[in-house]
Design a protein around this ligand. Structure first.
Ligand code: SF4
Ligand code: SF4
Length: 342
């Protein structure tokens, strides 16, 4: 049994799809954003850091992984995005870009940008589509972005994620040029059905600001109901992870958690594979956010939210934000702005 555990531990931190968060800056401020991106962020990764991050990935994992360039919104710094695509291509790393298309004002402009990226070695494009994005990005822009990308990359290399929201027939009365507030779904379906449709239909994660902004639309649960939910899989064995401009290695979809500094990726991964986890990560991996909750409530004066939590990641974020404000585990619960932008 012990051998099995050690064997499994030895395969920790081996993601197949790694996002480089070039910036948390975004023109949108989506209610479901698990990284708390918004126009309030200003920093960008440097070109040198992109080079180092990608070289470190290559040295650590060799082959068999791909990279997506993301944010925030990476097209807000197109020269950096272009350079990053070139660097990945030169290193032989398959690379795609994730965008919300909020920068697409004209089809021709978008097609030209996609062509430059393709020439730089970009392999594919993912365009985000959801009711949450449509609160600030009219569907017309998204559609232009998708067709411009398809004209350059071909339909099979452009993914609309999630395409079932493209367009939502019930919302057609509002036209393609309008931003559609989420309240329209409540007017259309009533609170309960709208909540179900948005949470289950999109497969929302309650981390980031999602639990706070969207939690009112689903039944909440008390902290105790998450008692037996550990996060070992998400923290240590996720196929999808991120590296951000501040040096943070972010596991799974756990915005605001850093497993360590990717500048020393190799040795960081070795530590985890030897089972040497920082205390806060150990608590979450073994006992989930309820384990963190107990410590925060017993020792650091954390008070549970009166109405409960929309999911285990909501509980996790709320407890982490409290501990971070108390100066606890700040090297793991980072970047600080994540907690200020909830
Ligand atoms: S979900 Fe995407 S588009 Fe929305 S705020 Fe976050 S990064 Fe920006
Ligand atoms: S509860 Fe926390 S550690 Fe677990 S998956 Fe959610 S954000 Fe990650």
């Amino acid at each position: 049994m012990k051998f099995e555990h050690q064997n499994r531990q030895a395969s920790a931190l081996k993601p197949r799809d790694i996002g480089l968060i070039l910036s948390y800056r975004c023109m949108a401020n989506c209610a479901h954003c698990i990284y708390n991106c918004s126009p309030n962020w200003h920093d960008w990764m440097t070109e040198d850091a992109v080079q180092t991050a990608l070289e470190n990935e290559k040295a650590c994992w060799g082959e068999g992984f791909q990279v997506h360039l993301t944010g925030g919104e990476p097209f807000l710094n197109f020269p950096l995005l272009l350079k990053a695509a070139r660097i990945a291509h030169q290193l032989g790393i398959p690379v795609y870009v994730e965008t919300n298309a909020g920068w697409v004002k004209r089809y021709e402009f978008a097609a030209d940008r996609f062509q430059q990226l393709r020439d730089a070695g970009m392999m594919a494009v993912l365009v985000s589509v959801s009711p949450f994005h449509q609160e600030s990005i009219p569907l017309e822009q998204t559609l232009h972005g998708i067709s411009a990308a398809r004209s350059v990359f071909g339909a099979e290399r452009v993914m609309a994620y999630q395409s079932e929201w493209l367009p939502v027939p019930e919302m057609s009365q509002y036209g393609l040029k309008e931003k559609i507030p989420l309240n329209r779904y409540i007017e259309m379906y009533g609170k309960q059905q709208a909540g179900l449709r948005l949470w289950m239909g999109f497969g929302l994660i309650s981390g980031g600001r999602a639990g706070y902004r969207l939690g009112k639309w689903i039944p909440k649960r008390p902290a105790e109901s998450f008692e037996n939910e550990s996060c070992r899989q998400e923290l240590l064995f996720s196929q999808h992870s991120h590296m951000d401009l501040y040096g943070n290695f972010i596991p799974g979809f756990c915005g605001g958690i850093s497993l360590g500094d990717w500048h020393g990726l190799d040795s960081m991964v070795d530590q985890y594979r030897m089972g040497k986890l920082p205390l806060a990560v150990q608590i979450l991996a073994n006992n989930g956010p309820f384990g963190l909750f107990e410590i925060a409530a017993e020792t650091y004066g954390y008070m549970p939210l009166r109405d409960g939590y929309a999911g285990k990641c909501h509980l996790c974020v709320d407890v982490r934000a409290h501990l971070e404000r108390q100066g606890m585990y700040q090297e793991i619960f980072t970047p600080a702005l994540f907690y200020q932008n909830l």
